[in-house]
Design a protein. Structure first.
Length: 76
């Protein structure tokens, strides 16, 4: 499912770090606030799986010996 940003979403793209708010992750990535509202957030049921410009949720990343998908987002 594709959803837009609601606010308060939490995400964990790095398995070595705790879950963090998208707001903090966007700030770290240098993504301006006016661009955040238009990003498509990909969910599997109620789990946030992919955030463009941030990454793939830790639990859904393929390891080196697994097949996986590469999801690319071109804004505009």
């Amino acid at each position: 499912m594709v959803r837009s940003l609601n606010g308060g979403e939490r995400f964990r793209p790095d398995c070595r770090r705790p879950t963090r708010t998208l707001k903090h992750l966007f700030q770290e990535a240098g993504l301006p606030p006016w661009q955040r509202q238009n990003l498509p957030l990909l969910y599997l049921e109620e789990i946030l799986v992919v955030v463009p410009g941030i990454g793939v949720a830790c639990d859904f990343q393929a390891s080196g010996d697994e097949m996986g998908l590469v999801i690319t987002w071109w804004p505009g």
